[in-house]
Design a protein around this ligand. Structure first.
Ligand code: ADP
Ligand code: TYD
Length: 223
């Protein structure tokens, strides 16, 4: 992920409009599946596209990721947590995302600032104020043109993760996860033009069909 080797695979350069698109949802919602489907669709259509995951996407950000997800870090305070997410994010924006967008390329994000609003702002109860400040400070306030929220009831997401070794967030309480889900739905309601909310219980191909349609509208392609 976030691998620049995709340049070798591209067929014909088609992108002439930078697009910044994020995918959000609770753990196990199926958003990584969808963002990967979109990434391959774009590459196969000849676009220059990048896919980054948060936290992560640069050498420094991946190191920060391992601190954040380590289950042993039970003493981490919510403030430390949010600062680490934004440290990772600033590094990724500066090193990779903003340069790609300024070259007129497409950047897909498996999570972005809305994750911090939902998990740290609502889930941890830090509220909007520190998040608004950090977003401006660490990302310059750059917003995605489109944010896809794959929404799913908690129980379904938990069933899907039942065979996996859980990280620090996946091991959180149900109450925390429910606050995060509701946090996302609140964000989507406030910005209906930016958000595309999809039912994560549907089959992957069906969900992707809606995303593809919206993507083609953004690219000015009628299908
Ligand atoms: P996330 O990135 O949101 O945590 P993933 O895309 O990794 O979620 O999916 C979590 C699990 O659910 C994986 O095992 C994946 O194969 C499965 N999955 C993804 N999308 C769907 C779907 N629409 N229906 C059923 N299972 C799905
Ligand atoms: P990851 O394994 O990438 O989760 P997923 O596959 O579900 O996307 O882990 C990222 C975790 O970090 C996930 O539980 C959500 C959490 N997170 C935050 O709490 N705040 C943030 O700003 C971001 C980007 C992620």
């Amino acid at each position: 992920m976030g691998d620049d080797s995709i340049h070798e695979e591209r067929k014909e350069v088609k992108t002439n409009r930078a697009l910044f698109i994020s995918f959000e949802g609770i753990d196990g919602s199926g958003k990584s599946t969808q963002v990967q489907m979109l990434y391959h669709y774009l590459l196969n259509s000849g676009h220059v596209a990048h896919l980054f995951r948060e936290p992560g996407g640069t050498a420094i950000s991946e190191k920060i990721r391992s601190i954040l997800l380590d289950k042993a870090n039970t003493e981490m305070t919510p403030t430390t947590e949010v600062l680490l997410y934004y440290a990772s994010r600033n590094q990724l924006m500066t090193e990779k995302v903003l340069p790609a967008l300024s070259r007129g390329e497409i950047v897909l994000m498996d999570r972005f600032v809305d994750s911090s609003f939902a998990y740290q702002g609502v889930g941890r109860g830090l509220g909007k104020r520190p998040l608004n400040f950090l977003t401006k400070f660490a990302t310059g306030g750059k917003k995605p043109e489109l944010t896809v929220l794959v929404d799913l009831p908690l129980e379904t997401a938990e069933d899907r993760l039942s065979n996996k070794t859980l990280d620090r967030f996946e091991s959180e309480s149900r109450a925390f996860k429910e606050r995060v889900r509701q946090g996302y739905l609140y964000l989507a309601k406030r910005e209906p033009d930016r958000y595309l909310v999809l039912d994560g219980r549907l089959p992957p191909e069906e969900i992707f069909g809606v995303i593809k349609k919206r993507m083609n509208q953004l690219l000015g392609i009628s299908d």
